[in-house]
Ligand binder design. Structure first.
Ligand SMILES: Nc1nc(=O)c2c([nH]1)NC[C@@H]1CN(c3ccc(C(=O)N[C@@H](CCC(=O)O)C(=O)O)cc3)CN21
Ligand SMILES: CC(C)C(=O)C(=O)O
Ligand SMILES: [Mg+2]
Length: 268
């Protein structure tokens, strides 16, 4: 069964569901074969794949390149593509045109747009033109320069009110679900209760309708300090380092290739 935005919406209030980012055929297949309802081609590929310091430099062409790879292999999960910085901020027309490219050129099913009430017009425009939208409020990493760092959002009562308003504006505009990033668990619960669409938390506590993580964080493919909301379920970076160094040593000591990795025959 192929997940649709409409079907995903029905996950509201049920058992919590898991979602993951995917960046290529490898990660797309893993997410899909685990039966996840949604995979996100996140602009977090900035750091996990492309070596940038933050998500700001990522272009439409880079996103389309990765979204298309995921689109070739995923058969069941809903594929959501992150709209990169400046592909939608200048105008609703720009946003609509950019969103459409993911559906036309990369076989994505939906797009994700950062921002609350001030994105309502773009979210409605997408929806009215046949493009399902996943909202994203709380910590919105494309605003890291303005925020001044990756800080938890919604600590002050005034901010709590603003985030609740943002969540309701995004739902009202027609988003099929909304990502809540980096906020107190109590606010994640409050927004989840206030909305009729699913909330998908990343650092927003256990009461969201779903949880999303960056697959590279979950697999331990990154070096350095991870945000508090990350749980590592594997240590791929160490395992990869170990494997590569074993190969290096076996080549140096002539243990590789041994006869089982060689072709027979007589060259004379
Ligand atoms: N690999 C990866 N994982 C992500 O989750 C992720 C990305 N990249 N790139 C885009 C954004 C950036 N994100 C981040 C990055 C850092 C924090 C962070 O360090 N937060 C602090 C909050 C501290 C506070 O304000 O109290 C933390 O310690 O968790 C949060 C989200 C989430 N996204
Ligand atoms: C962390 C998720 C929500 C995201 O936006 C990304 O991976 O870019
Ligand atoms: Mg993102």
């Amino acid at each position: 069964m192929k997940w649709t935005a409409r079907k995903l919406r029905e996950l509201k209030g049920g058992d919590p569901f898991a979602a993951l980012t995917a960046y290529d055929a490898f990660t797309g297949r893993i997410a899909d074969e685990a039966g996840l309802p949604l995979c996100l081609v996140g602009d977090s590929l900035a750091g996990t794949v492309l070596g940038y310091d933050d998500t700001l430099p990522v272009t439409m062409d880079e996103m389309l390149h990765h979204a298309a790879a995921v689109g070739r292999v995923v058969t069941s999960a809903l594929i959501v593509a992150d709209m990169p910085f400046m592909s939608y901020q200048p105008s609703v027309a720009d946003g609509l045109r950019s969103a459409g490219r993911f559906l036309k050129q990369a076989r994505s099913d939906a797009v994700k747009i950062e921002g609350g009430a001030h994105r309502a017009e773009l979210i409605s425009a997408c929806r009215e033109n046949g493009i399902p939208v996943l909202g994203h409020i709380g910590l919105t990493p494309q605003s890291v320069r303005e925020i001044g760092g990756y800080r938890i959002q919604g600590r002050e009562p005034e901010e709590v009110r603003r985030l609740l308003d943002d969540a309701m504006a995004v739902e009202q505009a027609g988003a099929f679900a909304v990502v809540l990033e980096c906020m107190p668990a109590s606010l994640g619960a409050k927004i989840t209760e206030a909305l009729t669409i699913p909330t998908i938390g990343i650092g927003a506590g256990p009461d969201c309708d779903g949880q999303v993580l960056v697959i590279s964080d979950l697999l331990g493919m990154n070096r350095g300090r991870a945000p508090r909301f990350v749980k590592r379920y594997a240590d791929f970076a160490s395992e990869a380092q170990r494997a590569v160094e074993a190969f290096r040593d076996e080549v140096g000591s002539r243990r590789f290739p041994s006869s089982e990795h060689c072709y027979g025959g007589d060259a004379r």
